[in-house]
Every structure is written in structure tokens, then in C-alpha cells.
Design a protein around this ligand. Structure first.
Ligand SMILES: *[C@@H]1O[C@H](CO)[C@@H](O)[C@H](O)[C@H]1NC(C)=O
Ligand SMILES: *[C@@H]1O[C@H](CO)[C@@H](O)[C@H](O)[C@H]1NC(C)=O
Ligand SMILES: *[C@@H]1O[C@H](CO)[C@@H](O)[C@H](O)[C@H]1NC(C)=O
Length: 371
């Protein structure tokens, strides 16, 4: 009996050690592309002309205790992913200094960035409201420019990138936001989906051609539950809302984008069977905040923590950081930070549900660290 127990214990101990020892750091580096959901300082470094408040408190108040250029009170999904794999927070590309170590990865995401090139929006006459022209393609060019400082020979690059995680997004949300915020109706948004999805897929393919084998492509959030959409498209007509107070049509739109993205990713997996292309279901992960806010410690999840008044505390004339705006006392009680972006607390739940499941498909590589 005793020997039996010992054997079982030995088995379990070795099984556990084996997993941790053989995979202490599943990734050596992370490279991230995207927009404000994952920008850790590029937009701020580029001047942040259309949203200077990003460079001031209360942005950054929760964890860093100063503004870092992150569009949140604290850490973002990408920060929690880095933590989970025992890697340092990604340095923003536009802030790299000579001699700075980039071995563990770089962040190319820029707040306001689009999946489509800025010319597309400039031609439509909405270039003026774009926070940045640093679209996904520009970010990809930055990566290619930086590549010789990361690795040299093809063999060297292949072996390094094999141990790197590439995140393509979330990106595409702004392509729709810009069109919606200037009064575009939802029919016009639907018309842009094939182009936006194509842009994301092209960038993903280009990264695989560069040597990436482990990639994460997130979908769109439930934008029908976001304070900015709820404010702009507010109506007395109760029919347009679901049971949780979200705009049915815009959530259906986000799901449509995600469905098209998923179909395209499936095609990509057949084209590149050696690559692991993970879809990150931001929609499903975030929808839980609106269905069961209490479960996540949120007191109502539609209202923004930081803003200048109005029913959901989103006021376009007094956005978070503006004179006349105010942040709630404890951001972790809110899912929505500034009307558009989420709080650190919300991002932590999303990151956890991607890494530990079930909102990624196929699952992330298991990590020895916990978020
Ligand atoms: C984007 O490019 C256009 C055209 O070159 C320029 O007018 C605009 O100022 C640029 N926007 C930003 C945010 O840099
Ligand atoms: C949306 O806008 C287009 C082009 O301006 C117009 O033809 C269409 O009727 C509009 N659709 C709705 C549902 O308002
Ligand atoms: C929005 O902000 C403006 C400018 O500070 C202010 O005049 C207005 O009353 C605010 N609106 C609401 C609904 O709080």
C-alpha cells in the first residue's frame, strides 16, 4: 500500500516537473501589432496630437502610477500575456533607444491604427479624425526594418521566430469606428468587412512568410456594449437594445466581422499547416462582463469609469482626461475605462480567459506562470 502511494506520488511529481522543466519559457519573444487595445506607448511617442490626454493621469493610475501611453488605467491584455510567459513588458517600437535589448520582443501597435491603409479613409474624406496613419502595413514595415537587428541568417531567424509569439491585433476595430463616428450607417460598415478581413489576413500571411509559426489573431469586441457606441446611437426605441442594454445591431455586426475573420483564418491554416494560428475570441471573453458583471466584481459594466458625464459617463466634448472629466474611485469596479477602452481589471480577465481557456482556438501554449 505504501509503496503503491509512493509510486503514484513519484509519477505525479515527475509528470509535473517534466512539463515545467521541458517548457519553462514556451516563448522567447513576443511581437505585437495592433491599435489602442495593445499600444504600450507608440501613439504617445508619435505626438498623440488628437488625444494628448493619453500622456497624463488618470491614464496609467492603477499599476504604473503614471501615464505610459496605454489607453487604460493600467495594464493591457498584451502585458498580462507577457507576464504569463515570464517575459518583460514589450518596449514600444517608436521609443526604442540605441543598444536597448529587443531580444524578448517589440510592440508595433499604435492607438488609432487601422487594418486598412490611411489612404482609404483620406479618400473617403474622414482622414481628419484619424489618430494615426500608422496602419497595420506600416507596422509590418517597421518589423521588417528591425529584423536585421533581431536575427541575421535565415536559419538564425527561423529558429528564433519559432520561439516567438506574434499577435496580429486586435486590429480592424478602428476601421469601423472611424466610419461609424462620422455618421456612417451600419450598411456601410458591413461593406468594409471583406476589405478589413483581407488586410488582417495579408499581414498574418506576411508574418508567416517572415518565419512566424505561432500567431494569435483576435476578433472584435462586442462594440454594441461600448459606452461610445451606446452614446452616439442612443435611441428611445427599446427594440434596438438587448436584455443587457447593448445595441443588438452593432453586436451582430462585430459577430459578423469575427465570423468572416474565422473563415479566412481557417483557409490560412490549410495554406500554412506548419503554423499555429490561434483565434482569440475577445467578443466572447468580454461579453461575459455585460451578462454577469457581478461575477467579475463590476458594478454595472456599461458605464465608463472615466469621463465627462452623460448617462454612461461618455461625453465626446469632455473625454477622460479633459477638464470636467473625472475617474471613478476604483477602476476595478468597472469594465469600461474611458468609454472606448477597457480597464486593467477587464483586460486581465480577457487575458486569463485566452491563456487558460476557453476563449482561444486552438488553445494557447500552457505557461508555468499565473495571471
Ligand atoms: C496622415 O496623412 C495625411 C496625408 O499625408 C496628413 O494630412 C495627416 O496629417 C496625417 N495624420 C496624422 C495623424 O499624422
Ligand atoms: C446607408 O447609407 C447608404 C449610403 O449613404 C444609403 O444608400 C442607405 O440607404 C443607408 N441605409 C440605412 C439603413 O440607413
Ligand atoms: C459634456 O461636456 C461639455 C463640456 O464640458 C458640457 O458642457 C456638457 O454639459 C457635458 N454634457 C453632459 C451630458 O454632461
Amino acid at each position: 500500500m505504501k509503496i503503491h502511494m509512493l509510486l503514484i506520488m513519484t509519477f505525479f511529481t515527475f509528470g509535473f516537473l517534466d512539463k515545467v522543466v521541458s517548457n519553462p519559457h514556451p516563448f522567447e519573444a513576443i511581437f505585437n501589432f495592433g491599435d489602442s487595445l495593445s499600444d504600450t506607448g507608440n501613439f504617445l511617442a508619435s505626438g498623440a496630437i488628437l488625444f494628448p490626454f493619453i500622456g497624463k493621469l488618470p491614464y496609467g493610475e492603477t499599476f504604473f502610477r503614471h501615464a505610459t501611453g496605454r489607453c487604460s488605467d493600467g495594464r493591457l491584455v498584451i502585458d498580462f500575456i507577457a507576464e504569463a510567459y515570464g517575459l518583460p513588458y514589450l518596449p514600444p517600437y517608436l521609443k526604442l533607444t540605441k543598444g536597448q535589448s529587443i531580444h524578448h520582443g517589440v510592440n508595433f501597435a499604435v492607438a488609432g491604427a487601422t487594418a486598412l491603409d490611411s489612404e482609404f479613409f483620406i479618400k473617403k474624406g474622414i482622414g481628419k479624425i484619424m489618430w494615426t496613419n500608422d496602419s497595420l502595413n506600416i507596422q509590418l514595415e517597421w518589423f521588417k526594418k528591425l529584423k536585421p537587428s533581431l536575427c541575421t541568417t535565415k536559419q538564425d531567424c527561423d529558429s528564433y521566430f519559432k520561439r516567438a509569439l506574434f499577435l496580429v491585433g486586435e486590429i480592424g476595430g478602428n476601421d469601423y469606428n472611424y466610419a461609424a463616428f462620422v455618421g456612417g450607417n451600419i450598411t456601410q460598415l458591413f461593406a468594409n468587412v471583406p476589405l478589413v478581413v483581407e488586410g488582417i489576413i495579408k499581414a498574418t500571411s506576411a508574418l508567416i512568410d517572415e518565419g512566424a509559426v505561432e500567431l494569435v489573431v483576435p476578433g472584435n469586441l462586442p462594440i454594441g456594449c461600448s459606452a461610445v457606441y451606446l452614446t452616439i446611437f442612443r435611441s428611445q426605441n427599446k427594440e434596438i437594445y438587448d436584455n443587457h442594454g447593448c445595441l443588438k445591431a452593432f453586436n451582430a455586426f462585430a459577430q459578423y466581422h469575427n465570423k468572416q475573420l474565422n473563415l479566412a483564418l481557417e483557409t490560412l491554416r490549410h495554406k500554412y499547416p506548419h503554423a499555429r494560428i490561434i483565434y482569440a475570441d475577445y467578443y466572447g471573453a468580454a461579453l461575459r462582463f455585460f451578462h454577469e458583471p457581478g461575477h467579475f466584481g463590476f458594478i454595472g459594466s456599461l458605464r465608463a469609469c472615466c469621463g465627462g458625464g452623460g448617462p454612461l459617463n461618455f461625453n465626446n466634448s469632455a473625454r477622460c482626461g479633459h477638464i470636467g472629466s473625472k475617474a471613478c474611485a476604483n477602476p476595478s469596479t468597472h469594465a469600461n475605462w474611458d468609454g472606448i477602452h477597457l480597464t486593467e481589471a477587464a483586460y486581465r480577465h480577457i487575458a486569463k480567459s485566452l491563456i487558460d481557456g476557453p476563449f482561444s482556438n486552438p488553445p494557447f501554449k500552457s505557461s508555468p506562470f499565473k495571471i
